[in-house]
Design a protein around this ligand. Structure first.
Ligand code: 5AD
Ligand code: SF4
Length: 533
């Protein structure tokens, strides 16, 4: 690295002689704190899960007092942050190819007398640290998910020392040091918002990097979460998704200094004025306790859609994955959830081709899909992650077998999606409108089951909830018209019978991505994956 720093100083010297003084100062000041009156352009690109989307917003909040304003154009930016994902090999590879593009932008900016600072954040940063700067010398700053509250300092350090790498798990809680978004910034981000309530994981599934990249499980205190959600509600947010890598392991400190469960937290957040809709993700089956299941019956704000990863339908593979639940445990939880909320739509995550997976194991996964009737799923080929136990297992499955199984699994999920979407036609559901639609006169919102719904309606309805009768379906969204009748709970379907025909859970399967996974249409303008649990 020192060689690169030396080379950079040499380039600086040359540039200083080539550029006039003012231009050189502006080029150099791309790193470090700007003066109070300077405005800098910040471009953040999030990879992976909803936690990264949330983190990116908080990074923008941390940099706002330093004069940074977000831009949608990397070419126009003074600072680019790639907020990365390490969950599968492909996710990490994408970062390096994006860094190639950023290096070219940096060179073009330098030719123009501007300084473009490149930072890599998130889980690839945490896992690879200095290696990133070795592989991509154009990178100025590398920092892990626990350090983003220190961004202004880290930028100053990079300006002073040439490069900065920070992948510590600091003892101080980043949430205590982050400025809140302004009401205007919050409004600009839409009516649906994520709020991190829990981070990290102690489950150590044998395929998963999360316990290593995000660290030990920690929960934010109840009062801080309530304060954050109240601020969001005051700024016009109507739907909040509480997020965490293992969100239902939540055990944050309550006002009386004793730990609260997620069910209790949801109850408290549901009382905040203005919050019409609540969701939480991502949950682990082991942590679906009775109180949380009952919340699906008792809290009208809690939307009837739950993402509950199962990963495999084979007990042998579940044990090898260290999932700590069996197929029967999972089915029992599903039955209890549907007792609590008949119209609950269930989505899930699956991994195919985990080491040792036989055709019989895979058949058990396919059978589980039929039995539960998932409304959608993310499905992935197993990707060995360095440092996890799965990567060292001897009986790795051939790539071609993984691809073939993934194909069959996704076909099964797609059939459920199509059937479910067809079943929605003619039904009336509440839609929370989020943004203008693709065509003039159209606006788009979400059904309670998280489906995008396109409706011809005035833009003044954005931010409002209205009853919509579904008139048509396309692959990725529904179409509907405003209606005056109010939707009734449970209308979209009836209780499912295991193995039976079309049922309530056969709804809303997500569109597939090109890279072999599936994406659930989650929030706002971004399509993000679940993470963890
Ligand atoms: N290979 C493939 N998929 C993985 N996931 C996590 N780790 C891996 C891996 N090594 C999937 C799981 C998890 C989701 C977030 O990503 O299905 O639930
Ligand atoms: Fe934790 Fe989920 Fe990863 Fe398992 S898959 S280690 S529960 S984050």
């Amino acid at each position: 690295m020192s060689g690169n720093v030396g080379k950079r100083d040499e380039v600086r010297g040359t540039l200083a002689t080539l550029l006039d003084g003012a231009k050189f100062a502006s080029w150099r000041n791309g790193l470090g704190s700007p003066g109070m009156t300077d405005t800098r352009k910040l471009y953040i690109k999030s990879f992976g899960c909803q936690m990264n989307v949330y983190d990116s917003r908080r990074m923008a909040d941390a940099l706002a007092p330093e004069g940074y304003v977000e831009t949608a154009s990397a070419a126009a930016a003074d600072l680019v942050i790639l907020n990365t994902c390490h969950i599968r090999e492909k996710a990490a590879e994408k970062v390096y190819s994006e860094l190639g593009r950023m290096r070219r932008l940096k060179e073009a900016a330098a030719a123009d007398g501007r300084r473009l600072v490149i930072a890599v954040a998130g889980c690839v940063a945490q896992a690879e640290g200095e290696e990133i700067v070795r592989r991509a010398p154009a990178v100025d700053l590398v920092f892990g998910p626990q350090s983003y509250h220190r961004l202004p300092d880290l930028l100053a350090r990079a300006a002073r020392d040439g490069k900065a790498v920070d992948t510590e798990f600091p003892v101080d809680d980043k949430f205590d040091h982050l400025p809140a978004a302004s009401a205007a910034a919050t409004r600009g981000r839409g009516v649906a918002s994520f709020v991190t309530v829990q981070e990290g994981c102690d489950k150590f599934c044998t395929f998963c990097v999360v316990p290593y990249t995000r660290g030990a499980e920690m929960s934010r205190p109840v009062q801080k979460i309530v304060a954050e959600v109240s601020r969001l509600a005051d700024a016009g947010v109507r739907e909040v998704t509480l997020i965490g890598q293992n969100v239902n392991a939540y055990h944050g400190e309550g006002p009386e200094r004793r730990p609260w469960s997620l069910a209790r937290l949801l109850e408290s957040v549901a009382q905040i004025d203005g919050i019409d809709r609540l969701r939480y993700t991502t949950s682990h089956p082991r942590d679906m306790d009775d109180a949380l299941i009952a919340a699906h019956r008792d809290l009208p704000q809690l939307m009837p859609q739950l993402h509950l990863p199962v990963q495999s339908g084979s007990d042998r593979i579940l044990a090898a994955m260290n999932r700590r639940h069996t197929r029967a445990d999972y089915l029992d939880i599903v039955a209890r959830l549907r007792d609590a909320r008949a119209d609950l739509a269930l989505t899930s995550d699956f991994i195919v081709g985990f080491p040792g997976e036989t055709e019989d194991d895979f058949a058990a996964t396919l059978a589980l899909v039929g039995e539960v009737g998932f409304s959608g799923a993310f499905s992935f080929k197993y990707s060995p992650r360095p440092g996890t136990p799965g990567a060292d297992m001897s009986d790795q499955v051939a790539e071609a077998t993984k691809s073939e199984r993934l194909h069959r699994l996704q076909a099964a999920i797609d059939r459920n999606q199509a059937a479910f979407n067809r079943r929605c036609v003619g039904r009336t559901v509440d839609v929370l409108f989020e943004r203008p639609g693709r065509h003039p006169g159209q606006i788009v919102g979400r059904s309670p089951y998280l489906q995008p719904v396109q409706v011809e309606a005035p833009a003044s309805l954005i931010g409002e909830t209205a009853a919509v009768t579904i008139t048509d379906v396309a692959t990725n969204s529904l179409f509907g018209r405003l209606t005056s009748s109010s939707p009734c709970r449970g209308e979209v379907g009836e209780r499912s019978e295991p193995g039976g025909g079309l049922d309530v859970a056969q709804r809303m399967a997500p569109p597939r991505t090109a890279n072999g996974g599936s994406t659930l249409p989650l929030q706002g303008r971004v399509k993000v994956e679940s993470a963890g649990a």
